[in-house]
Design a protein around this ligand. Structure first.
Ligand SMILES: NC(=O)c1ccc[n+]([C@@H]2O[C@H](COP(=O)([O-])OP(=O)(O)OC[C@H]3O[C@@H](n4cnc5c(N)ncnc54)[C@H](OP(=O)(O)O)[C@@H]3O)[C@@H](O)[C@H]2O)c1
Length: 245
């Protein structure tokens, strides 16, 4: 039995991950800013077999509450085996790229809040000397694109921070996992037209659980994004610019 903390647990992908742990009879501590939604997820997870589901209301943009919520999660679960950070927003880049406040708000949610939570979680895991710290990042951080450089750069900051944490925590017995999904059909991408590269959240959740089990440093989900991003990363600048992606 594992003790699992999920931050941003109303995320479509996170809910599918939580179902996996519930079906194994694990104990879950879920945070989210929409309590009614969180409660309906908890009801479902209890029916699916979760040994215990505890909820905490948390708007991640309110960093003043991070310490209290992480502390409460640790007390309730009596230690934590897996912490997954899943929250995120996908700003409409063209609408916000000339707006300083909106750009900083996107960074607040997608980078600074995550880094604040990671700092606290890293200290807890370090003290414990075991566990897995996993974050849902994105392939968007592998090469910054014109069309979503704000989101991509925020995720890139998180990836860099995770690299540092990995170097610090792995010798102490703590795994740090950077999860890089490609296109996923979720609430975040509701208005996008979908094509063959799109994955369903259940499939992505399966990849996340596997990466956590293996303690992978980073995982492209689905796996074929490794090849796509290898090509995109290595495209020479003049060709990449002409692609207008
Ligand atoms: N969908 C994709 O194509 C895709 C691809 C690569 C990476 N990702 C990443 O995957 C993760 C999960 O996204 P998803 O696809 O499952 O989309 P989603 O269903 O829209 O989930 C995003 C979650 O973030 C939460 N959130 C946003 N701002 C928050 C805040 N200030 N405080 C607390 N919670 C907040 C949302 O809560 P509310 O429900 O209350 O708004 C929502 O539950 C994100 O980190 C996203 O960047 C997604």
């Amino acid at each position: 039995m594992s003790n699992v903390l999920i931050i941003g647990a109303t995320s479509t992908i996170a809910e599918m991950v939580a179902r996996h742990y519930a079906e194994q009879g694990d104990r879950l501590y879920l945070t989210g800013r929409n309590l009614p939604h969180l409660e309906s997820i908890a009801t479902d997870l209890r029916i699916r077999g979760a040994r215990q589901v505890t909820l905490a209301s948390l708007d991640v943009d309110d960093a003043s509450r991070h310490e209290e919520v992480i502390g409460e999660a640790w007390r309730t679960l009596e230690g934590c085996d897996i912490a997954l950070i899943a929250h995120g927003t996908l700003p409409q880049q063209e609408q916000i790229e000339q707006d300083r406040e909106a750009t900083l708000a996107a960074f607040q949610t997608n980078a600074f809040s995550t880094i604040s939570l990671l700092t606290l979680l890293a200290n807890r895991f370090s003290e414990q000397g075991s566990g897995t710290l996993a974050v849902i990042s994105s392939v968007a951080a592998d090469r910054i694109r014109r069309s979503n450089y704000i989101y991509g750069t925020a995720k890139l900051a998180v990836n860099g921070y995770l690299e540092g944490l990995r170097l610090r925590l792995e010798p102490e017995g703590v795994e740090v996992v950077t999860l890089k999904p490609g296109f996923v059909d979720t609430a975040m991408t509701r208005d996008f037209s979908k094509g063959p590269l799109w994955a369903q959240p259940q499939q992505v959740a399966g990849g996340i659980v596997k990466a956590i089990e293996r303690g992978s440093s980073s995982a492209y989900i689905p796996w074929f994004w490794w090849f796509i991003m290898a090509v995109i990363r290595w495209l020479p600048g003049p060709i990449f610019r002409r692609l207008k992606i």
